[in-house]
Each structure stands twice: as C-alpha cells, then as structure tokens.
Design a binder for this molecule. Structure first.
Ligand SMILES: Nc1nc2c(c(=O)[nH]1)N[C@H]1C(S)=C(S)[C@@H](COP(=O)(O)OP(=O)(O)OC[C@H]3O[C@@H](n4cnc5c(=O)[nH]c(N)nc54)[C@H](O)[C@@H]3O)O[C@H]1N2
Ligand SMILES: Nc1nc2c(c(=O)[nH]1)N[C@H]1C(S)=C(S)[C@@H](COP(=O)(O)OP(=O)(O)OC[C@H]3O[C@@H](n4cnc5c(=O)[nH]c(N)nc54)[C@H](O)[C@@H]3O)O[C@H]1N2
Ligand code: SF4
Ligand SMILES: [Mo]
Length: 701
C-alpha cells in the first residue's frame, strides 16, 4: 500500500512542499503539496523530477580515504571516522583548533548546519566557519540587518496575492524561482498590475515583464536613488511613515538633492523617459513587492544596493502592510536556516554575532560551556579561509554540501589552496566532483529526501523533511558524520544529540526571544501542523508580520542608508586588453555544478551543453560564428566555451552559465576567469562582472 510522505524540494529557496507517494522503501512519485503555502501544489520540472537524482550511478555509497599511493579507496564508515578524527586531532594538538576550517552549505539541513557550528566553535574552538551563502546572500542578509535590524524578509508569499506591482532586480526568477515567478505573473494578470524587471540581459523574466530596464551592470544603486528622487519630487513618498517608523531620512534626502537624472540615465544606460515611466509604475503601486537576487548581491555594491531597495520601501511606506515589502529571494533551499543557525563566520545561532561578548556568553551558557570557550575574534570569511589555507595558516578544511573547486571565483587560486592543505574532508552525496579531486577523506552523505530535518525557505517558513527513500550504502545524514567524528574527538556533549529532532530542539532553544525565534517549533509540531514561519515563540502562534511593529534595531526604527553611486577602484571595466564584460549565472533546469541535474536526461534537453552568449554584432566584429569554440581570458585565467549569438545579451556584454565545470571539460568553468574581489561590507564576491577577451580556438577534429 502506498502512503504519502511530506517533504521539501531539494533545490531552490522557494521551498516547495512535496508529497511523495512511497511504497515500502520505494519512491513511486513526487507531486506538489497543495497544503504547502510556498507552492500550493505547484512544482517546476526540477522539483517534479527530484526523485530521479537519488539512485543514480554517480551516488557516493561508501566512504573513501586517500592512501599513500594517492588513490581514493573505499573504507568502512568506522575507518573513515577514525582516520578523519585522528588527523583532525593531530592538527588541533599541534596547531590549535584555529588551524581547522569548516565550509558549509545552504543545501544542508538546519540540524547539520547547527551541529557543525557547535562542534567548531564550542569544542574544536575555531571560529573559521563559513558557507556558500557568502557567495549568495551575504549582501542581502547584511542589508536586512543594517536596515531592518533582523535578517529575514518582512513579507510572505501570501502577500503576492495582495500586491499589484512587482519589481525584479537582478533576478531571473522565471528560470531560478519558477513557482514564485508564475504566481506573481498570475497576480499581474489578475489585477492588471505590472512586473518591472531590471537586468542587463533580456532573460525569460525580462521578456515576460511589463517593462524591462536593461541597465548597465553594476548601476542598480544609481537607478534606485533616481527613482526615489522622482517619487520625492512628485510628492509620492509616505511622509507619515518616514516620520513614524524610520531614521536617517535627512541624509538620504540630501543625497537625492544632489542627483542628476540626466547623469543617472547615462550611468545606467537607460533613457530618462524610462526612468520616469518606471518610477511612475512604482508610485502608482497599491501593493509593491521587490524581489532581488544575485544580480544585486554578487556585486561590489551588493549591501548598499540591497539597502537602497529597502530604502524604496521605507520611503513609500510599502512595508509592514499586506501586499508590500522588500523580498530577498533565497537561492538555496536552506540558506535562511543556515543563517539562523549561524553558519557565516561572524554569526552565532539565533541572530547573534561572535563580536558581541554578551552573545558569546549566552551561547556558552546554552551549550553548558565555561565562559571564554568561544573565541572572541570572528572567523575567516570564505575568501580569507581559502587564502589562509594557501598560506598554510589553516591546515584542515572540512567541506560539507558544496563544491568550491567549481563554484568559487578565481579557481586556480582555490585549487592551489586545496593542494596546500594538510587535510581536506569532503562530505558529498555524489562522486566524483571537482572538489573530491582534492579530498583526503570523502564521506557519503544522505540527501534531504532521505532524512529527517528542517529547511527554512525565502519567507522564513520552517518545513519538516521526512525521508522518502533510504540512503544508499553507507550514506548518512551530514549531522551523523559530524557527531561521530565529534565524539571521536572527545566532544561528549554531542552524545545526547542523537537524532535530527534532538538537534533541532537544541538549536531552537538558542533562538528564544531572538528576532528569528523558533522556540515554539519542534519536529513533532511541524509534523502535526505543517510548515510554520518564524518568529514563533514557545506557546505562541506565529506572529503576524504586518502592522506597525517595532523593528529589531536598537531604536525600534528602520534605518535609511545614503550611499552615493560611485566608480570603485576594484571595478573591472573593459579596456584594450579585456574589451568585453562577462556576466555569469544560471539557466532553467540546471542546478549549480550539476551533480544532481546532470543525471536527469529530461532536465538536460533545454541546455545540453555549455555556451558563451554574445550579441551578434560582437560575434561578427570578432570574426566568430555560432558554435565556434572560444577561449575567454581575464586577468586571472582562461576558460573555454562555445559561441552562441543572441540579441538577448547587449553588445559589449557576454554571459556564461556557471553550471559546466572541470568534470565536463578541461577549462570549462567560468570561475577560471571570475574575480574574487567583492563587496567590502558583506565580503560577497562580485561574480556577476569581470573584464574579458574572447578569441577563437581551433574546432575539435
Ligand atoms: N535553475 C536554477 N535555479 C536556481 C539555481 C540554479 O542553479 N538553477 N540556483 C539557486 C540559487 S543558489 C540562487 S542564488 C538563485 C539565483 O537566482 P538569480 O539571481 O535569479 O540567478 P542568476 O542567473 O545568478 O542572476 C540573475 C540575473 O542577474 C543579472 N545581472 C547581472 N549583473 C547585474 C546587475 O548589475 N544588475 C542587475 N539588476 N542584474 C544583473 C543577470 O543577467 C542574471 O539574469 O537561483 C536559485 N535557483
Ligand atoms: N560564476 C559564478 N559562480 C557562482 C555563482 C554565480 O552566479 N556565478 N553563484 C554562487 C552561488 S549563489 C552559489 S549558492 C554557489 C553554489 O555552489 P555550490 O554549493 O558549490 O554548488 P552545488 O553544485 O549546489 O554544490 C553542492 C554540492 O553538495 C552536494 N550535495 C547535495 N546534497 C547534499 C547533501 O545533502 N549533503 C552533502 N554533504 N552534499 C550534498 C552536491 O553533490 C554538490 O557537490 O555557487 C556560487 N558560484
Ligand atoms: S520552484 Fe524551486 S523549490 Fe519549487 S519545485 Fe522548482 S526548484 Fe523546487
Ligand atoms: Mo546561491
């Protein structure tokens, strides 16, 4: 007899609920869960086919240890734990815990993310814990904290049905958050509202828009200031709200005074007429939701641009009321849970920071540790961690659920860091990956469809994962490996954390009374009641988001930030040697480094091979043609691809997806050429823009 099991899609941060029809150990079918507020039964193709990624030949079934001969060989789980623990212990004893780093992922459960942080900070005594969220949402998260006092969008999916105007900034939601995008477009149609898309390329999202502003890369901040200037001149700001709920308006107003629309039009490459038309659409909104993603975050100005998006909502009063709010789109399925659990180098669980002595003491007390156990200095962010590894300061890196040898910028440096490491532990569900090529120990992970745990989606909604199939071979949940190795290292306190439910309870306690309060949640409650959004305190129902609540800032008011748009020293602009700008991103149906989607034939039909998209004029000017193999050179390295002419990418810009990497072909990764420079506040790399030269390569015989 088949039964239904509720779980969550393993891919994007929309966090669609899945209903799995399961017979015994066998998954028969996945469908959208009509009862889940994120998707109301809908799914995109990736989610619908997620079951096909479980039992594939590239699944990692056994632990591997690299022998003296340099070859990875299968060992028992117990042997792998013993080897990993012994090598970590030696490094800790010789160099201190600070020689060990953890690089985590927004694709792990909150339980695994939390346990990794607890083991690292509380027992190994290293604060070098960071995650691929650094590449993804660090800017948005930093901005929400700076502007609103708490990291978490003050809006929910249900607000979509109460809004009529939707902004998409640096978001190709049609391909990357399809279920939310379709929901928005249904609402636009129903209300006769509008969707305004800001993206240098004509993506599928832009093509569906009421108005597409094809701005010059990196100039969103100038555009956002210009909109506010126009709205202010036209008396379309909410002065009451500004006075009642915000601070810092005067400085922003002074900045707006000094702005010239003519100059902004030139900076952004958008006609002044279109600046005014788009501002009018915002001014006319009854309910305004602004979605933003990597086109904003992965930039030298990621944080300040995210703050400017929030400025727009504060100044127009489109916040704290139904159908309005700034809505940072979560990339990975559990990036929000990871930040709640403190998986960036400056964070501790429950909206706390390492830099605060009071916060460290609170966590030490919750963990039953002596005062002073958690070190005061924040750990290395991702880039600093790999640089410390390259210098030999960091000796060991434990990588869970991410593939940095493909997804980090400036890959030749990343490889040299991994080669310099004394110990690289990689937990992954698939093998090989670009990163396992550098591993000394490889641990087989259960994927989320095979375990209990929680994921927190874009709208801060916590959902319970329940297994729809058993993990293959010796694969175990990530927290299981962390706990086994932690116990072998003497972290006895992990013993009682012997199930995902127990770990969740331990984590939820750390959030009591905090902005991201989940102390009212448990696996049992989530199982009984379904997904619930935070804040959700013990004994209380979820707190509504709307109404004039105090913001979680010291004064209770939201904060305007006034940063002028300026040319930055680190900015790569085209020159004689590198005359084109390259931008990078995603395509529909592919997921990141393709360990999962690469195994599903139907998902590969749309974009079966890597490509470099260029405007036909640039293709012609370089004497190239469709299908021509090319080399793409930047100041850092060389990548290979194949030309695809398209008018969707404006002249002077080219686009390369991030999905095809070294396993596909030598030099196939766009990150061979991208720059590690990033936002100085959030430390998020500016993966969206670097200067390159494109040249023909001989066609393969
Ligand atoms: N199919 C699919 N969906 C995914 C993923 C996937 O791998 N595949 N990954 C998930 C993850 S982790 C993430 S983070 C999200 C990412 O979701 P998105 O951020 O929507 O995707 P990207 O393609 O990285 O970038 C979005 C757009 O930014 C534009 N852009 C580049 N520079 C600028 C700029 O200066 N200003 C503006 N306004 N736009 C600019 C690019 O042209 C691109 O279309 O997707 C999630 N969903
Ligand atoms: N040029 C360029 N680079 C980018 C970006 C870009 O837009 N342009 N985007 C950046 C962004 S936003 C992101 S989020 C990153 C994503 O980059 P990565 O995180 O490196 O990409 P994934 O392919 O998702 O890697 C996840 C790894 O975890 C494994 N895995 C899957 N499930 C599990 C599990 O349950 N447990 C464990 N232990 N392993 C598992 C997968 O097999 C895979 O090897 O890339 C970043 N890099
Ligand atoms: S929209 Fe995202 S969460 Fe929903 S089914 Fe598609 S990939 Fe999964
Ligand atoms: Mo991401």
């Amino acid at each position: 007899m088949a039964r239904d099991v509720r779980t969550i899609c393993p891919y994007c941060g929309v966090g669609c609920g899945l209903l799995a029809s399961v017979e015994g150990d066998r998954l028969l079918q996945l469908r959208g869960d009509p009862g889940h507020p994120a998707n109301l039964g809908k799914l995109c193709l990736k989610g619908a086919l997620a079951g096909q990624t479980l039992d594939v030949p590239s699944r990692l079934r056994l632990a591997l240890v690299r022998g003296a001969d340099g070859v990875l060989a299968a060992v028992s789980s117990a042997q792998a734990v013993a080897v990993a623990a012994a090598r970590l212990a030696r490094i800790r004893d010789e160099h201190g815990g600070g020689a060990i780093g953890f690089y985590l992922s927004g694709q792990l459960t909150t339980e695994s993310q939390y346990l990794a942080g607890k083991l690292a900070r509380g027992y190994l005594r290293t604060n070098h814990v960071d995650s691929n969220s650094r590449l993804c949402m660090a800017s948005a998260a930093t901005a929400m904290k700076r502007s609103l006092g708490a990291d978490g969008p003050p809006v929910s999916y249900a607000d979509i049905e109460r809004a009529d105007t939707f902004l998409f900034l640096g978001s190709n939601a049609a391909d990357c958050h399809p279920v939310t995008f379709d929901r928005v477009m249904r609402q636009v149609k129903r209300t006769g509202g509008c969707a305004l898309v800001v993206d240098p390329r004509r993506t599928r999202t832009a093509a569906a828009a009421t108005l597409h502003l094809a701005l010059r890369p990196g100039t969103d901040l100038a555009l956002l200031h210009a909109w506010l200037k126009i709205l202010r001149e036209e008396g379309r700001l909410d002065r009451d709200y500004i006075a009642r709920a915000t601070e810092g308006w005067e400085a922003l107003e002074a900045l707006l005074e000094g702005i010239s629309l003519e100059e902004t039009a030139r900076t952004c490459g958008i006609e002044e007429r279109l600046l005014r038309r788009s501002a009018a659409m915002i001014g006319d909104a009854r309910g305004l939701i602004s979605f933003w993603a990597m086109g904003v975050n992965q930039s030298l100005r990621g944080t300040v641009t995210s703050c400017a998006i929030i400025n727009l909502h504060l100044a127009t009063g489109h916040i704290q009321r139904p159908g309005s709010g700034p809505f940072s789109l979560t990339g990975q399925p559990n990036a929000m849970g990871g930040r709640d659990a403190g998986y960036l180098s400056h964070l501790l669980p429950g909206s706390r920071t390492i830099a605060s002595a009071a916060h460290r003491r609170e966590i030490e007390a919750l963990w039953g540790l002596p005062e002073g156990t958690i070190l005061a200095a924040p750990g290395h962010d991702t880039r600093a961690m790999f640089e410390a590894l390259e210098r030999g300061e960091l000796k060991a890196l434990w990588i869970l659920g991410t593939n940095p040898a493909a997804s980090l910028p400036d890959l030749s440096r990343v490889r040299s860091a991994l080669r310099a490491a004394e110990l690289v532990i990689v937990q992954d569900a698939y093998f090989p990956t670009e990163t396992t090529a550098h591993a000394h120990v490889v641990l087989p992970a259960a994927v989320n469809l095979e375990q209990h745990g929680t994921f927190t989606n874009s709208e801060r909604r916590v959902s319970l994962l329940e297994p729809v199939a058993p993990p293959p071979g010796d694969a175990r949940p990530d927290w299981w490996w962390l706990r086994e190795i932690g116990l072998a290292l003497g972290a006895e306190a992990l013993r009682e954390l012997s199930s995902a439910a127990a770990i969740y309870d331990d984590f939820a306690r750390t959030t009591a009374g905090q902005a991201n309060d989940q102390s009212g949640l448990s696996h049992a409650r989530l199982h009984a009641e379904g997904p619930l959004a935070w804040p959700c305190a013990a004994g209380a129902d979820p707190v509504p988001l709307h109404g004039d609540r105090r913001f979680a800032t010291p004064t209770g008011k939201a904060r305007f930030w006034a940063t002028p748009h300026e040319v930055l020293a680190e900015e790569e602009s085209p020159d004689g040697d590198y005359p084109l700008l390259l931008t990078t991103g995603r395509v529909a149906n592919q997921w990141h480094t393709r360990t999962k989607t690469g195994t599903v034939a139907r998902l590969n039909r749309l974009a079966p091979e890597p490509y470099l998209e260029m405007h036909p004029d640039d293709v012609a000017a370089l004497g190239l043609e469709a299908g021509q193999p090319v080399s793409i050179r930047s100041r850092r390295g060389l990548a290979h691809s194949v030309v695809r002419p398209s008018e969707d990418t404006p002249a002077g810009l080219c686009f390369m997806p991030m999905h095809w990497n070294e396993l596909w072909a030598e030099g196939a990764s766009v990150n061979e050429v991208t720059s590690p420079e990033g936002d100085p506040i959030s430390k998020q790399p500016a993966l969206k823009c670097c200067a390159v030269r494109v040249e023909a390569r001989p066609r393969r015989g």
